[in-house]
Design a protein around this ligand. Structure first.
Ligand code: F3S
Length: 421
């Protein structure tokens, strides 16, 4: 399939827009072949995941683009970086890492991108609109933009996302095209109590289960009786994009491209049908816990980044209480949500409880934790999925209330009643 280029693409490739757009478009043209695209399309927004410092290659790439005078052509937000610029010295981050991560942050900022430093850009004022063509990196952000908002992005890997932002172009392929957004698998929720469907801790578990079934296909969930909140969608999508590589899901009667079952499948037949029972959910919930006992060193919240609504819920749970001195109670968020929470008077009471905060990054994106942290508890399906491998820590999964109760007692305590009922 040969790639049709517009007159503007051709002049960019010829270097008439400068060396950075030329280099970015050369990369995009090569990648368009990988995506089997026969043309490029205009995008009107981007979210860059290449911001996380993982070594010299990514830093060199960012500085090379910046050195060529690269500027983003569309409004562009930045994902988490490899450093909490304001607090890294309070943690185990070594100085060489910090300086390199900071240089990478500076390179992307110099291109005119908005320094949001968050994996939840959809909870900022820069969230995209329904039908908007965008190029986003970061799996949880991609699945949220496609599914909950109905914006259109492929799964953009690091390094390619910034090429789209600089050129304002993306391969016309995959989830950018309406016909590729039809559901592929039907997942029917069978007699799942509505009370459970309303609980926050239901969504990471459901997401973990759905990701494992769907893998890279588009699941359609039928039988959702609740109206999930933004944070519940966030938790669901992040988990589904961890155990699988789900980039788009439909919930019948809930998400914008699925007002009916028929529209979710665009009138096509599902490739497969699965039933999800309470037993499947209980098993998936157990899978999110690798720890054998009740030992607890750390509670990790804010994956994806904590929202103001989550701060409010947490502040109500910890009021007048104190975390056990041996438990690190930690929240990852972005500067915008942190400042909102501070202005709302929520940070001081959380500090009094014993909470510590990280902005701009997270425990999986920067080497901040003492390796002696071996037993971690979280309410996040994504943290639960990745922490055993990436942090070499055992994980217990629980609700936000379980996490608070456990932090106070200093050992893992779970309330199973909502899952048993
Ligand atoms: Fe965000 Fe880090 Fe989780 S980047 S999605 S808080 S693993």
């Amino acid at each position: 399939m040969s790639l049709k280029l517009s007159a503007s693409d051709q002049s960019m490739l010829a270097g008439k827009h400068g060396p950075a757009p030329q280099m970015a478009l050369e990369i995009l043209v090569r990648m368009a072949e990988v995506y089997s695209a026969n043309e490029l399309l205009d995008i009107s927004g981007a979210h860059i995941d290449s911001t996380i410092y993982i070594g010299d290659a990514g830093l060199e790439y960012a500085e090379r683009l910046a050195g060529l005078g690269a500027r983003v052509a569309v409004p562009t937000t930045l994902n988490v970086s490899g450093l909490d610029e304001m607090r890294w010295q309070e943690w185990d981050v070594n100085r060489d890492w910090a300086l390199a991560a900071q240089r990478q942050m500076a390179a992307y900022q110099s291109m005119g991108a908005i320094p949001t430093w968050t994996c939840a850009p959809y909870q900022t004022r820069w969230q995209p609109r329904f039908g908007q063509q965008i190029a986003w990196g970061e799996s949880n952000a991609i699945v949220y933009a496609n599914s909950v908002i109905g914006a259109r992005t492929e799964r953009y890997p690091d390094l390619l996302d910034i090429c789209c932002a600089i050129t304002g172009r993306a391969p016309a392929a995959g989830l950018h095209l309406a016909e590729n957004r039809a559901g592929q698998l039907l997942l029917k929720l069978v007699e799942i109590p509505e009370t459970l469907q309303q609980a926050d801790d239901f969504y990471p578990v459901l997401g973990h289960l759905v990701g494992g079934i769907a893998r890279d296909r588009i699941p359609v969930l039928d039988g959702i009786k609740a109206t999930p909140t933004s944070d519940q969608h966030k938790a669901f999508g992040a988990a589904a994009a961890s155990s699988g590589t789900v980039a788009l899901y439909h919930m019948v009667g809930v998400t914008p491209e699925a007002p009916t079952l028929k529209s979710a499948f665009q009138g096509k037949e599902p490739e497969g049908t699965f039933e999800i029972t309470i037993g499947d959910l209980r098993a998936a919930r157990l899978e999110l816990t690798s720890a054998q006992g009740e030992l607890l060193d750390m509670v990790a919240l804010g994956c994806p980044h904590f929202s103001i609504e989550e701060f409010m819920k947490l502040a109500a749970l910890v009021a007048g209480k104190h975390a056990h001195p041996q438990v690190l109670f930690h929240i990852t968020t972005n500067r915008l949500q942190f400042e909102k929470a501070d202005r709302a008077g929520l940070i001081e009471p959380l500090r009094n409880f014993g909470a510590r905060f990280t902005t701009d990054t997270c425990i999986l994106a920067t080497p901040m934790l003492n390796p002696e942290i071996k037993n971690l508890m979280t309410n996040s399906g994504k943290y639960a999925y990745y922490s055993p491998g990436m942090l070499k820590a055992e994980v217990s999964y629980g609700s936000l209330a379980d996490c608070v109760r456990s932090a106070i007692t200093g050992r893992v305590v779970l309330d199973d009643s909502i899952w048993d009922g």
